[in-house]
Design a protein around this ligand. Structure first.
Ligand code: ATP
Ligand code: MG
Length: 435
């Protein structure tokens, strides 16, 4: 018999037919109290929590003495039977016939009020808190929801490289590494590789870590984040925005359906997510600048919008907002020039409502090889490094468009976390790459 089969999940204790039945459980002690020869243990596994009562005269002196000394987060194995108890969570308890201590453990350091720094230094233990447990279950569901959407929409998952020979988004924010004596870089975006993959597959996506040596410490920047990128052949900016809003709505509704309890526990009513529908509002950059200037923001045409401006634009919204048609100088070299205005590019940022800021960066890609070459030159990067990318315009050049979405960014908004680090188990920021 395998080890898996011999134990009941703790959720079994609450099952309608479990009353009076024998169970065998194992898990982590969350709480422990003993009085007058009775030990009360609360134990946890991935499926739930149960209260266990163990009597000295039932389990024996030796077992009782050792069980009494189990620390919080110590592990135990319990045999017993399920009984009714109105004071226990869920109205049930397990009356133990035996308690075996698997690991008594040392005093768990996570209980008193702790500083933010202490909690981050002990992140490997803090991730057991009920709040973080819920966050990472929602995150897993979110990743699954995106994959389910792409599967239904016939978009192929691909696996681009993380180690690269040139920084795709510009050198300043690239982490350089020693690649056998030559410079190498940790990927900032897989986009150029996705563009290569559309010739054979037309519709592709990838979920990979991206790395940005962000100098600014903000509540929405990590130095390592999960990047969902998609690239679609035969599409322009308008078509891409429709795809993105359909994807975001689908994923939010899926999440509301599959994880309502965790969402509620984290302060987000599932109904709020269900209410979000397409289409999202579209606002041109030029109009946004005019409105912001009218509100007293120090911006003129050509200004890059920061956190404060994005916040002002979205604070009272209930749905995300597309900001479109930015000046080409503030956007990446591969974005297509607008057909009706050579000063702007066919780009859109999707801003989350309630002031959470950018969650998606998207654009139609420049297909004109002369213009593209000129834009690469203007970045100051050596053209030879982009020869392979220019090949994509020489062989099977088609209109195409794509986007990058920060998984932790969308999760931060959905779960209304103040800081993006609370959407990832082991956050990487300028100040910290351990534990
Ligand atoms: P920002 O202006 O907020 O720094 P960006 O313009 O640098 O964003 P893109 O290069 O367009 O972002 O990347 C695509 C998406 O990846 C962004 O919309 C965002 O969701 C996410 N993203 C970018 N940088 C980070 C980061 N440092 N931490 C977490 N997510 C990020
Ligand atoms: Mg950035």
């Amino acid at each position: 018999m395998s080890a898996e089969e011999r134990f009941d999940p703790i959720s079994r204790v609450g099952a309608p037919d479990a009353l009076g039945q024998a169970v065998r459980l194992r898990g982590w002690v969350q709480r422990s109290r003993s009085s007058g020869g009775i030990l009360f243990l609360q134990i946890r596994d991935r499926t739930g929590l149960a209260q266990v009562t163990a009597k000295r005269d039932r389990i024996g002196d030796a077992a009782f003495d050792s069980a009494e000394h189990v620390q919080i987060e110590g592990t135990v194995e319990i045999r017993g039977s399920v009984a009714e108890d109105q004071r226990a969570p869920g109205g049930r308890e397990v009356r133990a016939d035996s308690v075996t201590v698997l690991s008594a453990g040392e005093p768990f350091p996570m209980f008193q009020e702790q500083t933010e720094e202490f909690l981050l230094d002990h992140r490997h233990l803090a991730i057991r808190s009920p709040e973080l447990v819920s966050v990472f279950r929602v995150k897993a569901e979110l990743l699954g929801a995106f994959r389910r959407f792409f599967e239904r929409d016939d978009v192929l998952e691909i696996t681009p490289p993380i180690l690269t020979g040139n920084p795709a988004e510009g050198g300043a924010e690239a982490f350089e590494i020693d690649y056998f004596g030559r410079p190498g870089y940790l990927s900032q975006t897989a986009q150029l590789y996705l563009e290569a993959m559309i010739a054979p597959h037309e519709r592709v996506y990838a979920i990979t870590p991206s790395f940005r040596a962000e100098k600014s410490r903000t509540p929405r920047h990590l130095t390592e984040f999960q990047h969902l990128e998609g690239e679609l052949a035969w599409t322009d900016l308008a078509g891409l925005m429709q795809f993105i809003e359909r994807m975001v709505v689908d994923v939010l509704h899926d999440l509301a359906k599959r994880r309502p309890e965790e969402l509620k526990r984290l302060g987000r009513a599932p109904e709020e997510l269900r209410k979000i529908e397409a289409p999202f509002e579209r606002l041109r950059y030029a109009d946004a600048i005019e409105w912001l200037a009218g509100q007293g923001f120090p911006v003129t045409w050509g200004s890059d919008l920061g956190t404060a401006e994005e916040r002002a634009l979205t604070l009272t919204l209930e749905r995300p907002l597309f900001l479109t048609h930015f000046p080409k100088e503030i956007k990446a070299f591969y974005m297509a020039q607008s057909p009706d205005d050579p000063r702007t590019v066919e780009a859109a940022d999707l801003l989350a409502p309630e002031g959470y800021g950018e969650i998606v960066g998207a654009s139609a890609r420049e297909t004109d090889i002369a213009r593209l070459t000129e834009r690469i030159r203007a970045t100051g990067a050596p053209l030879e490094e982009y020869e392979w990318y220019l090949d994509l315009r020489r062989h099977g050049n088609v209109p195409h468009a794509g986007f990058g979405l920060g998984i932790e960014r969308i999760l931060r908004w959905v779960l209304r976390r103040e800081h993006i680090r609370d959407t990832t188990p082991f956050p990487r920021t300028p100040a910290r790459h351990t534990p």
